[in-house]
Design a protein. Structure first.
Length: 159
């Protein structure tokens, strides 16, 4: 294996770089998402909360993008609320044809005004309709206070 290890790793890295760099002229660079969410707390916060928010993304290539999110989550206007700010790297095909599904992964960091700071890891599915996409997403937020699980349903526009 020592003899073939370096060539095999080199070929795999070249294949990965080719896939990540491929780009078409008609691919949308920017996207925005409006979403509703349900947050299940297995931590100091406890309970199930509902919320809404928005995200902005930028596609570096058809397979790699960046995304930032802002959302508010709480039981109602008078109950405990969390204001989420998160950002991360999205891995998945953003250049999909109408009527097709595209899975993706996201990972990054999160901060809330409710006292939660930590890492974020998740994934989901995008379904392209025409220029818009439906988006279903699950994210896990990790910190010393526990793990928060957030489920999203959103409407995404590309431009």
């Amino acid at each position: 294996m020592k003899k073939y290890g370096t060539p095999i790793i080199t070929i795999l890295l070249l294949m990965l770089a080719t896939v990540l760099y491929g780009e078409s002229d008609d691919q949308s660079k920017w996207n925005t998402t409006l979403f509703g969410s349900a947050l299940a707390c297995v931590s100091d916060y406890g309970g199930m909360y509902f919320g809404f928010g928005g995200a902005v993304g930028y596609n570096l290539t058809p397979w790699v993008g960046l995304e930032g999110e802002v959302s508010v989550t709480g039981a109602n206007a008078f109950a405990y609320r969390l204001y989420f700010f998160s950002g991360g790297v999205v891995l998945g095909n953003s250049d999909i044809k109408p009527g097709t599904l595209s899975p993706y992964l996201i990972g990054g960091a999160a901060f809330t005004f409710g006292g939660f700071t930590g890492g974020m890891l998740g994934g989901g599915i995008k379904i392209r309709l025409k220029k818009e996409l439906l988006r279903f997403d699950a994210r896990f937020y990790f910190a010393s206070g526990g793990i928060l699980t957030k489920l999203y349903f959103g409407w995404m526009w590309s431009f």
